[in-house]
Design a protein around this ligand. Structure first.
Ligand SMILES: Nc1ncnc2c1ncn2[C@@H]1O[C@H](COP(=O)(O)OP(=O)(O)OP(=O)(O)O)[C@@H](O)[C@H]1O
Ligand SMILES: [Mg+2]
Length: 363
């Protein structure tokens, strides 16, 4: 301990610290809390003294599920699995309400190096959570609003075409002319073509608006990427693209909707193939970066010109003859719904897409 420290000073720090502090024994029984803890959680020392934390807080994940014992941060620290751990948790307050807290747990070890006590710091992040959820909702709604407007615009042209074709049919009928075999099929084929165009558009619209509804569970990013590579390997072979997979050892798990995440990654991988029509290399890597897992897709294709970089995430923006411009905004929507981000860098050597996902939000 540094010079000048004494127990009175420590008591003052304990009393006035702006973060909630809780000390537990190795059976997770609460043996001390400071005033900030009482303020943040609403729990009074006299009501929780000696109780086990799980019986007080009933910790839950973002999806509202109770935290299984094997991923409880306290237990993981007591068992020496991790030296220190930080988690965002939904906990019960004393008044029957709940609140979001960021909890950091670390051990105080005995002379043999075993955790004798664990100390948890508590910070109220309810406001931060509300803000980011609201921001995400607003962004999604704004994008959907934009989609509706674009959709209306796109629907108008085929509808006009259908109308004109129908007028032609009417004219044929009103002139009492016999339908020749060559006229009628031609007209009906055009009508059908336009109707198909419309339904593809509506399907895409539905896919897009459903993209932010997630079924979350604990997922290993490495396994997801391996699945994805299995799926795209035949196509890569045909395109003359070699795939390199680099997954960091002991990569932590993420809370994710595996199928949706694969869909987001698939759009990025398909774009990479399309950017390398003469073959090349696609490197997919996954690594831990602070509180996030990063997934990077790097191709050796044509790259993205600087002045286009801002546009590629816009709905319906495409530079391809047969493109719809839905792939990247859809991927971005899915990744943002996970609380993550999608960004891109590019050079003359190719493009790089970086996905950042927060680490597993369970205990
Ligand atoms: N890896 C890449 N290399 C170069 N350009 C890319 C890459 N990925 C995306 N782009 C650019 O971004 C644009 C938008 O991509 P996005 O996936 O949203 O739509 P798209 O591929 O054109 O059509 P689709 O909806 O069918 O996927 C592409 O048209 C292309 O110009
Ligand atoms: Mg695409």
């Amino acid at each position: 301990m540094a010079d000048g420290w004494n127990s009175d000073l420590l008591k003052e720090v304990w009393r006035n610290a702006g973060v909630g502090l809780m000390v537990q024994d190795r059976n997770r029984r609460i043996i001390a809390v400071n005033p900030s803890f009482e303020e943040i959680t609403g729990w009074r020392w006299k009501d929780i003294r000696g109780k086990r934390c799980d019986l007080v807080f009933g910790c839950r994940t973002a999806g509202g599920k109770s935290i299984p014992e094997d991923v409880c941060p306290g237990i993981r620290v007591i068992n020496g699995e991790v030296p220190r751990i930080a988690r965002e948790l939904l906990i019960n307050k004393d008044n029957g309400r709940e609140c979001w807290v960021e909890v950091t747990v670390f051990p105080i070890k005995d002379s043999e190096g075993n955790a004798e006590y664990i100390v948890s710091t508590f910070q109220d992040i309810s406001e931060k959570k509300r803000y980011s959820e609201e921001l995400l909702r607003t962004k999604t709604l704004a994008t959907l609003g934009q989609l509706a407007a674009e959709l209306a615009h796109e629907v108008k042209n085929p509808l006009n075409a259908i109308q004109i074709q129908m007028q032609l049919i009417e004219q044929e009928i009103s002139a009492h002319r016999e339908f020749t075999k060559s006229h009628v099929p031609e007209i009906t084929a055009k009508v059908k073509e336009e109707v198909i165009r419309l339904s593809v558009l509506v399907d895409n619209c539905l896919k897009f608006s459903r993209s932010s509804r997630l079924v979350l569970k604990s997922e290993a990013v490495g396994a997801l990427l391996e699945d994805l590579v299995k799926l795209v390997a035949p196509q890569a072979g045909l395109n003359g693209v070699g795939i390199k997979l680099e997954i960091e050892k002991d990569l932590p798990r993420v809370t994710a909707d595996g199928e949706k995440l694969k869909q987001a990654l698939l759009n990025i991988v398909v774009n990479a193939f399309e950017a390398m029509p003469d073959g090349g290399t696609l490197t997919l890597s996954a690594l831990r970066d602070g509180d996030a897992v990063k997934i990077i897709s790097r191709d050796t294709g044509c790259g993205i010109p600087e002045d286009m970089k801002d546009n590629i995430f816009e709905l319906f923006y495409t530079t391809k003859r047969d493109g719809t411009g839905i792939g990247l905004p859809l991927s971005q929507n899915i990744i943002q719904a996970h609380g993550g981000s999608l960004s891109c860098t590019s050079s003359d050597k190719g493009a790089e897409f970086i996905i950042e996902l927060p680490l597993e939000k369970s205990c």
